[in-house]
Design a protein around this ligand. Structure first.
Ligand SMILES: [Cu+2]
Length: 120
């Protein structure tokens, strides 16, 4: 089935753990559109981890912040461009596996004007 193309207000669970960042459910290419409001529900598991999200041009989407173990925080952002977003831990002393605490997801904007057909 085709996912809804104009969904709004999506929430994803983001787990910061030693030493992996997990986004659930996985953000797939067609899941988000420009203008969508996205909430990252961030849970910090077992150590002092941090988080930052960058847009496809390296612009800051979620500002770098370091959390305490057990913190549960929501960070909401609005989709402004297509491309590949990257996220990572910003506490370089969180442990030996710090460098693996990174990941990315891509968004392919498919917004089509109401009066026209598919663009591809
Ligand atoms: Cu780290």
């Amino acid at each position: 089935m085709t996912p809804p193309s104009n969904s709004n207000g999506k929430t994803y669970n983001v787990s910061l753990a030693s030493f992996v960042i997990t986004v659930s459910p996985e953000i797939k290419l067609l899941d988000l559109n420009v203008g969508d409001t996205v909430t990252f529900h961030i849970t910090v598991r077992d150590s002092t981890h941090g988080f930052e999200l960058l847009d496809p041009n390296g612009g800051v989407v979620i500002a770098p912040e370091i959390f305490k173990p057990g913190d549960v925080v929501d960070r909401t952002w609005t989709v402004q461009k297509k491309g590949t977003y990257t996220y990572f831990c910003v506490n370089s002393s969180c442990g030996a596996g710090h460098s693996s605490m990174t990941g990315e997801f891509s968004i392919q904007i498919t917004t089509v004007p109401p009066d026209s057909g598919p663009r591809y």
